[in-house]
Design a protein around this ligand. Structure first.
Ligand SMILES: Cc1cc2nc3c(=O)[nH]c(=O)nc-3n(C[C@H](O)[C@H](O)[C@H](O)COP(=O)(O)OP(=O)(O)OC[C@H]3O[C@@H](n4cnc5c(N)ncnc54)[C@H](O)[C@@H]3O)c2cc1C
Ligand code: SF4
Ligand code: SF4
Ligand code: SF4
Length: 386
């Protein structure tokens, strides 16, 4: 039977729920909005199927080996200005999903279901794929999704599944027909607490006196290198804010499992990995200067390579040395912020407005570093800094 005594051993993928023949497992939501597998021991018949399917616990507890090959790395930018504008980074994710569906495949990815909730959904057309683009930094629910993927695979359909590495690993462990399944994961800093996102939007609604119609964790309309969230109110007004992103970047509200993530490495259970190409200035200074965004594409398998080559007409793809684009999520799991426990206590006791004021304000040191960074970037843009 899977272990449920330690929250850091469950990434919330839900794979175990789908394999339990006696429905002994349900997903329970905690106060931070994270979902965890829970076993009704009086119903469990001890068959061990949940333990077999739990890729996350296997990878942590038994150090299951992943591919040891170094992936090929590319900086990618869409040739279509509109696609670039509407995606989080360089629109690599969008073009992969769009081309896969256009070739007759089925795509699964994360989309908003209302402003608060993120869910994995199935898409076959360009219109369905639109909402899957852009990064949602909270956990995406996958209830029933693995069974739908299996049904598509059984029907002979090629499937592209995009998600966090723990979701793609869970899916790979749950379904048969891997030869028809293409897996695209993201470089993953960790998922944030869904309850904090909801409370953040409710706080905005209270402050401005209008209900929230939709929102974005990281608004693609603006400078790519700056993480700015946005909210669209029911009266049509739009506001941007940075406090939620600061809480995320300070690692104050991440899922406990993220601190033990076995996929924070270059070796992934996926065909390709998508990320932000933060080292872009070292290989394409012009892309860094215009700040429109660039995706990082890591190619792990022959199937991934074939798709990357197929998309040359849609995107510009520049090989990059791995050491120029390395970032923390490729080397080690994220470390929770020193104030993470205090943040959770304060959030649960006093709500979002309180933690926004107490934890999202920048310290003098952070303000100084930001000022230096902005000056350097400005000087680079006008050609006075190389
Ligand atoms: C929780 C999370 C943490 C991340 N951390 C990092 C990081 O530390 N470093 C880094 O370089 N990049 C990180 N990324 C990835 C990055 O923000 C972009 O997704 C990536 O740059 C691709 O951008 P794009 O323009 O190519 O794709 P887009 O066209 O914007 O497509 C985004 C893709 O991500 C998938 N996706 C979005 N939200 C979720 C979600 N909540 N759960 C599962 N799948 C989702 C969508 O299905 C879609 O396929 C993270 C993404 C997520 C979801
Ligand atoms: S990680 Fe996934 S499979 Fe494992 S216990 Fe949690 S929900 Fe179940
Ligand atoms: S051991 Fe078998 S019966 Fe018990 S919870 Fe796991 S899958 Fe269900
Ligand atoms: S950091 Fe690891 S455990 Fe956390 S959401 Fe990302 S892949 Fe899953």
């Amino acid at each position: 039977m899977i272990r449920t005594d330690d929250k850091s051993l469950c990434c919330g993928c839900g794979a175990c729920v789908g394999v339990c023949a006696v429905q002994a497992i349900t997903m329970q939501t905690d106060a931070m909005g994270f979902r965890y597998a829970s076993v009704a021991e009086d119903i469990c018949i001890g068959c061990g199927r949940c333990e077999q399917v739990c890729a996350f616990q296997k990878a942590i507890l038994r150090s299951d080996s992943l591919s040891a090959e170094q992936p090929a790395a590319y900086a990618v930018r869409s040739r279509d200005p509109e696609a670039l504008r509407r995606s989080t980074s360089g629109a690599a994710g969008y073009h992969l999903m769009d081309a896969f569906a256009a070739a007759g495949g089925v795509v699964y990815g994360a989309r908003f279901d209302g402003p608060f909730l993120v869910r994995h959904e199935r898409a076959e057309t360009r219109a369905d794929i639109g909402p899957l683009r852009t990064t949602k930094y909270t956990q995406s629910e996958t209830d029933g999704v693995f069974a739908r993927v299996q049904a598509d695979l059984d029907a002979g359909r090629p499937v592209l599944f995009t998600g966090t590495p723990c979701q793609t690993a869970a899916l790979a462990a749950s379904v048969s027909g891997r030869d028809r399944l293409l897996l695209a994961d993201v470089l993953c800093h960790g998922v944030s607490a869904p309850a904090v996102w909801r409370a953040c939007l409710e706080d905005a609604s209270r402050r401005y006196g209008v209900p929230v119609a939709s929102a974005a964790f990281r608004d693609p309309v603006g400078r790519w290198s700056e993480t700015v969230s946005s909210v669209l109110f029911a009266d049509g007004t739009r506001r941007t804010f940075r406090h939620w992103a600061r809480l995320y970047q300070k690692n104050l509200m991440l899922r406990p499992a993220c601190a033990r993530c076995p996929y924070a490495s270059l070796h992934r259970p996926a065909d390709v990995t998508l990320g932000d190409c933060w080292g872009i200035g070292k290989v394409r200074p012009d892309w860094a200067a215009d700040d429109l965004g660039a995706s990082l594409l890591l190619v792990h398998t022959a199937a991934g390579k074939a798709w990357a080559e197929r998309l040359q007409a849609d995107w510009e793809c520049v090989p990059v040395p791995l050491n120029a684009v390395m970032q923390p999520s490729m080397t080690a799991p994220v470390r929770p912020g020193e104030q993470a426990d205090a943040f959770a206590r304060d959030f649960l006791a006093h709500g979002y407005a309180f933690v926004r004021r107490r934890y999202a304000a920048r310290s003098l040191r952070e303000r100084w570093r930001l000022l230096k960074w902005n000056v350097k970037r400005f000087l680079k843009r006008i050609g006075l800094w190389r």
